[in-house]
Write a protein that binds this ligand. Structure first.
Ligand SMILES: [Zn+2]
Length: 162
């Protein structure tokens, strides 16, 4: 299976390190490892916003589809349309449905059919595969804000009203 975004393992390592991703993120997203349950930073994270692929930034979930499945990993009942590609996973002597990012192929977790209505699905995700964006950062926030004070106010005429 090929995905629109292709990078070598070394390039993904660089990308994840540059983003400050969790150390386990590379093994999870590129080699389908699973983080230990109840350890992920988003397992009990309920702020409003959206969850994106840690590798390529594609939006995957809205926070209002997140629910507490009690399984130790962040769980969602609905993904953004087309954001996730499902692959039959026959590892570990089980048949499960693996979920990967449709843009870059990053391993995200698995999807099970024991979730809540309206979908009945449970997207069981690794926190390390996700990057949370708050509602005020709908466009990717620059990593550095150098000299952001002053410059944008130059033409606002702050003092005109006084
Ligand atoms: Zn991705």
């Amino acid at each position: 299976m090929t995905f629109p975004i292709q990078k070598t393992d070394a390039q993904w390592l660089d990308t994840l390190q540059a983003k400050g991703a969790e150390p386990v993120a590379y093994q999870v997203t590129r080699h389908a490892a699973t983080e230990r349950p109840f350890t992920g930073k988003y397992e009990q994270h309920w702020a409003p916003g959206s969850y994106h692929c840690i590798c390529c930034g594609a939006k995957l979930f809205d926070s209002d589809t997140k629910f507490d499945a009690g399984c130790g990993w962040p769980s969602f009942y609905q993904a953004d349309p087309g954001a996730i590609t499902e692959i039959v996973d026959r590892s570990h002597h089980m048949v499960r449905t693996e979920t990967v990012c449709s843009q870059c192929g990053a391993h995200l977790g698995h999807v099970f059919e024991d979730g809540p209505l309206p979908t009945g699905l449970r997207y069981c995700m690794n926190s390390a595969s996700l990057d949370f964006h708050g509602p005020d950062s709908s466009t990717a926030a620059p990593a550095t804000f150098e000299d952001s004070t002053g410059a944008s106010n130059a033409t606002d005429g702050d003092d005109s009203g006084n």
